[in-house]
Write a protein that binds this ligand. Sequence first.
Ligand code: ADP
Length: 599
Amino acid sequence: MEDNRKQERKVKVKTLMKVYHFFWKYRRIDSIIAPLYYILENFSPAVSTLILAGFFQEVYWVLGEEMRSYSRLVTYGAGFIVYLIVKQFLQLIASISTNAGIFEKTLYILNEMLSEKASKLPLITYENAEIMNKKEKAEECVHNDRIPSIFMLSVVLATSVLGTGTLIITLGSYHGFLAVIAIVSVAQFYAATYFQEKKKYQISQELTKEKRQRDYLWSLFTDEKSIKEMRIMGFADYLADQWKKARDKINRKFWKEESFAHRNMMYCEFIRIAGYILGISFCFLLLLADRIEAGVFGAVLTAFVNVQAVIKNHVTSIGRIPVFLEYAKDYFDFIELPEEQEGTVNIGEKIQKISLEKVFFRYPNAEDFTLHDIDLEIHEGETIAVVGENGSGKTTLTKVLLGIYGAIGGTVAINDIPINSIDKKDLYKKIAYLSQDYMIYKMSLTENVVLADLPENAAEDIKRIVSKMGLDDIAGSCGDISQIYFGKEFGGIELSGGQAQRLAVARAIYKAGNLVILDEPTSAIDPIQEAEILSQIMNMVKGRTAILISHRMSICTKVDKIIVMKEGAILEIGTHEELIKKNGEYMRLFKAQSCWYES
Ligand code: ADP
């Protein structure tokens, strides 16, 4: 228990150091100006008192002595005006530096670091709910300004120690007991703030997943596709209900805590007021006992109220900082997650061989292996079909062989170079990959195919590929295909599901990769066009290594090699004739589909 606390304290100090380091690194000038201002502000009452005392002394002398020169009076007067101007000026600079520099700009930087980190995480991370929760917590820390708040609270605390000490000593000089009452009567604010913030943090932690679910449900009401579906299927009311339930469940927990916190604060205020009454009574006693003069009675009471206010402010800050540090830790935990290991080895001009040896793979948080004991070799120029029932591991296999997901056991190599040491940016330039979750961008047709500016003389090439993909209906009549835009919001064309898929295939075919991987390239295309599109695809990938994943067995008669997968393992490998002869799983799948056509 004691050890745990020590450890927790250590972690908090470390996080605090990270916060300071962050400000020193990214907002150096602001992080100097803010503390400097607060230090100067502490001297402000003393400086103004000194100048004003001198001024009034001079006034007194000038009025009393006829021959006295006005020059010192003018100097003090001018000094006071300069003091006021400098104070205003410093206040302005400090306020800009705090609001714009420490809070606003920090928000941009923290957000930028967050999205940069998200873009550099290994892609498998996005399959990991735990890490997505971490991201949510880091975002919460940023959006609630926790990191700049820690900095400012600690700066104000540290820089006001001197002023607060002086205030307490002044009150104590009238009577020590007064100082004790003033401090003790507000000490409870520390515990109240600490536990209140801690509880809020705990609830927020517990509800991270629920909050993501709530936000997901909300996003369905802003997504065009889901809006259409929910309307047509009469699903909108149900979804709205689910969203309200999710929202209310979260809000109820927070409101309950909020009302508890308000009640606690009220009790704290009662104690403070009781302390104040005790303070006044004690002052009266001192007055009656001639321990203080009637003239300073008011000053003592003011000092008492000031001490209460300042200490209350301090203890609430002290109560907040430890919990805010927990939010900051969540942020730094996410920022410090290991990034995708970038290899440096260039595989050469072409992908000549892909080899997988005893490869195992499991998704984060999944109990079973999705791929097990995979041995496979693919050579340049081969066309391969990967078939198998839904969920047999076909998509996962391609992602592992491309190094998108790292294998847990075994080795994946390209041109005999282990995938982890390969420079992925260079590797992916040589690969055209069509995943099942392809995107159609609301941009021009050419941008959708090239994913960049249209290169010189490429228009004809694109037109040819687009035409072979049966998209003449959208491109054929238009002389300048760079003028065809998608997205009705921008006055463009809307594509049907099949057209969108054919466009995505065109993109993969256009890319000058010597390895083409197409994951279910014809799943949205109608059966009449499917055979034609498949044969066009086979023509266009000629000479390149091609891996085609499909649940349509008809593709298998056109490829060099078929890989049959079942429950994450490769069950059979061979040509169509070999596997038919074998009369195993392939035969079963083939028969199951061919009977549709026979009947
Ligand atoms: P196929 O492409 O053959 O349909 P997949 O490779 O997509 O199969 O999926 C193989 C198995 O892995 C399935 O059982 C699927 O449920 C599981 N799976 C896919 N993605 C994830 C994920 N992100 N987390 C856990 N399991 C997953």
